[in-house]
Design a protein around this ligand. Sequence first.
Ligand SMILES: [Zn+2]
Length: 313
Amino acid sequence: MFIVSIVCPICSGRDNREVERHHEYILRHCRTCDVVYADPMKTSESFYSADYDYMLRDRLIMDPVRWDFRWDIGEFLRTPPRRDGNLLDIGCGTGFFVKRAREMGFRGYGIEFNERSVQRGKDFFALDTLYPLDIDGLTRKFPELKFQVVTLFQVLEHVENPRDLFSAIGRIITEDAVVVVALPLRGRWPDTSGKTGDYPPHHLTRWSLKALENFLDRHGFFIRRHKFENFPLQNMPALLYPYLLERARFLTMKGSRTDDSLRDVSEEQAITILTKRKVKMQIATAASFPLWLFLKALGARGPHLYVEACLKP
Ligand SMILES: [Zn+2]
């Protein structure tokens, strides 16, 4: 009998154990570098085009629910690694963060595979530096362009080949560059991502600080600063009212994350749907305030990790 050894897509290690199965995927924990990865490392375009949340977000410049929760972008704006130079936001969506970065003094650029988001961002924010390209495409367009800051907000866990991505990043940064990576932390508690959130084909990798440190180290980086998110008040409804929330989800989403009737909602309708969700969430959040104070006092940790990485000297 053959022993099938699946090679880790992050470190090429062969020592792994199966964590769980999800549809056609096996999730494996690499004992060498500590990442959990999907086998196969294969995303699905149809997942994103059929997913309720992505469908709605695609119609909006700013998702009224989600942007309030963007702790990672807030962390950058509160404590920027520097305040000028060329900045590239990878997976920039409609370019909301690129716009803020420009206001701070950066020459901000964004790349994003969703052409529709790029076009809407260009129109709405009058940003002429968003491109529906990957890094190599950007390099062909601007062969001389180098970046002092590169940001990946909630991107790495979606990527089919993180190593290729970081090799490409290595080719476009200056020696003193800072690469900011923010992602969901593995084993976050409570897991508010629902049944699909942290699973492939949505998230292909799950990271701990150690796994991310190992990965960055292999690409010549060290972590200069890291921060765990504090336990956010917004997570309380998901902790307290899982059944209530599922019910609210059922009501507001017409029972499914992949409802085809939503494919053609207008931007106005999308805002209405998301605003209703936001109000429900706010009521539940206010009701859970006392318990949140208690958990915070106990030192409960939030669901995201933020790191600043620099090239090793
Ligand atoms: Zn590994």
